[in-house]
Write a protein that binds this ligand. Structure first.
Ligand code: HEC
Ligand SMILES: [Cu+2]
Length: 416
């Protein structure tokens, strides 16, 4: 008896373990915060309640079809109404709903309670990237789709996306945060509604212009957690991932100190610091100018002003040809939507840049306008000095405009 039972039982256990692993792939992930585990627990609880109800309802359904089929009961019963049944099917769902609402409310209250946070991070959505500011720590930066993904996603790039690690889920600058620390996220947006979503943190919030939404997380395990913008925000909605890197608190402090140490002078404090990290190593020849732009922005500009410029890359005057090449890329990425590739714009809303007094006149006016925006034109202060110098030079020397070169230093001088 026992023997012939053992084999199938063992086999079933093995199957269950395998099935569990398989199911985990399809199920909601458990996450790395207490809240995310509670949310997952609720999700499973309610899932099983739903399964039980489903089984009950279908069992009654199939039993009725079988037991009350016509061939068994050629003469149908003619009774009407049953007060007992009506009370049962009103009270029972009510009790089930209340039973589910009690734990759910407890978790909701915890989700909303961002009090006693040990640090705050302001998250700003932009079309199409994220800005992060460590509130009170005097450090902020922008986080964009990493270059490998960006290159591969271009139409006709010829790059196989599956050859890119974490395709569309990697950024140039990760949001580094400490573990075991209650972090409050303050979410807002600079343009349209975005949503900041990292599934492993168990929360998702909209980033709305003019509003500040809150959420919080205390991450238990060091690791890299990936997410995406979760609110359709325009053309490049699919290209503004979120990458959170959780490290032990001491490591975080060291990281932050290192970043702030980089800044040097106060011009840089208001300016995003571009961390070129791994990109520098993998850059191909065509990217040299872009990488240089990011690098120059990070270390060179501020230091070069404060002290005698020791570094060639920082102080070098850039040639027209190099600026035009970078400028064309920057223009195509940031300006064509309104001013068109032809520079003709769509007057009257979006002025033509051909022969424009702003473009052909004193460069200061255009640099300031590109940095700070004007009316319906958004600010582009998040671009590096070199990128802005390049795009301004590009407009000044395209479409028969012939108005001379602007250098990154000219841009740096005009940042507030
Ligand atoms: C979202 C649309 C939009 C984008 C993108 C945009 N602009 Fe503009 N731009 C405008 C509008 C609107 C004006 C007119 C502003 C005003 O004077 O009220 C303008 C004006 C200008 C002018 C002044 C033209 C004149 O003769 O008054 C320049 C120069 C300019 N933009 C350059 C740029 C550059 C360079 C970029 C890319 C980095 C860019 N713009 C991106 C909308 C845009
Ligand atoms: Cu978005």
């Amino acid at each position: 008896m026992r023997n012939w039972l053992a084999a199938p039982l063992l086999w079933m256990t093995a199957l269950t373990v395998q099935a569990e692993a398989e199911v985990a792939k399809w199920n909601m992930p458990v996450g790395v915060t207490e809240i995310s585990r509670e949310v997952h627990g609720l999700h499973m609880l309610i899932f099983w309640v739903v399964v039980a109800i489903g089984v009950g309802v279908f069992a009654a359904f199939f039993y009725s079809i079988w037991a009350h089929r016509r061939s068994r009961n050629p003469k149908p019963a003619t009774f009407h109404e049953s007060t007992t049944v009506e009370i049962v099917w009103t009270v029972l769902p009510f009790v089930i709903l209340i039973a589910m609402a009690i734990p759910a409310t407890g978790t909701l209250i915890k989700i909303e309670d961002s009090s006693d946070a040990e640090m705050s991070i302001k998250v700003t959505g932009y079309q199409w990237m994220w800005g992060y500011e460590y509130v009170g720590e005097d450090y902020s930066f922008y986080s964009r789709l990493d270059r490998d993904s960006d290159r591969a996603r271009q139409v006709g790039s010829g790059i196989d996306p599956s050859s890119v690690d974490n395709y569309l889920l990697e950024v140039d600058n990760r949001l580094v945060v400490p573990t075991d620390t209650k972090i409050r996220f303050l979410l807002t947006s600079n343009d349209v509604i975005h949503a900041w979503w990292v599934p492993a943190l168990g929360m998702k919030r909209d980033a709305i212009p003019g509003f500040i939404n809150e959420m919080w997380a205390r991450i238990d395990e060091p690791g890299v957690y990936r997410g995406q913008c979760a609110e359709l925000c325009g053309r490049d909605h699919g290209f503004m991932p979120v990458v959170v890197e959780a490290v032990p608190p001491a490591e975080f402090e060291a990281w932050l100190a290192g970043k702030r140490g980089d800044e040097g002078s106060d011009t840089a404090a208001s300016e995003p610091v571009q961390v070129a990290e791994a990109d520098t190593g993998t850059a191909t020849a065509t990217d040299a100018t872009e990488v240089a732009a990011a690098d120059a922005d990070a270390d060179a500009d501020a230091d070069a002003e404060a002290e005698a410029p020791a570094d060639d890359a920082a102080s070098a005057e850039l040639e027209l040809a190099a600026l035009m090449e970078t400028g064309e890329k920057v223009y195509k990425t940031n300006c064509v939507a309104c001013h068109q590739a032809s520079g003709k714009g769509m007057p009257p809303a979006f002025p033509s840049l051909i022969g424009s007094a702003v473009v052909t006149g004193d460069p200061t006016t255009q640099i300031e306008q590109v940095l700070n925006g004007k009316n319906a034109m958004p600010p582009f202060g998040h671009l590096s000095d070199e990128q802005i110098a390049a795009v301004v030079t590009y407009t000044r020397n395209s479409w028969d405009n012939d108005s001379g070169v602007v250098q990154p230093a000219d841009v740096a001088a005009l940042r507030q």
